[in-house]
Ligand binder design. Sequence first.
Ligand code: S3P
Length: 172
Amino acid sequence: MQKNILLIGFMGVGKGALARELVRCDKSLYALDTDDMIESMTNTRIKKIFATAGETAFRALEQKTADWLAKNVTNAVISTGGGFYKVNNIKNIGTVVYLKADFSWILNRIMSAPNAKKKLKKRPLFQDIEKAKKLFEERYTAYEEVADIVIDVTGGDTGSVAEAILNRVSQQ
Ligand code: S3P
């Protein structure tokens, strides 16, 4: 039984794009995304969950998703929401890979995307850049503490970062 690869890191660092790239590199894997799972489970957009039920309710949905993943899923690359690293059973889901970048790199990645407006709009915790930066600073060391592997994503394209992840995971 193969464990999963769990991608954690700040909003906009490229967790989803890397999960898709990893699946292209290793055809035995499949990609899942915790935000997508929560949206399907509730039939509600993340933005709306925050606006109506609130952040605490969203975090409970993340925990519910984590419990389900730990019990039911193997062989997947799982991209997660930026706050998913706080679930209490993350180590039971798979190898935790932190995608590391500094805030200005992340902001530049979001802003230079052709659909930058949409990328920002769907993220309730990225509505105010100063607040997002503060959140980044609060979480910065926590991501590293929870990770089995830390990968700097600022040095290469998605393909080479994906290769580096697969190499490091195979050495675990
Ligand atoms: C969040 C990140 C979002 C999403 C939600 C909360 C966070 O996911 O889960 O808006 O707390 O950092 P992305 O990291 O994919 O933007």
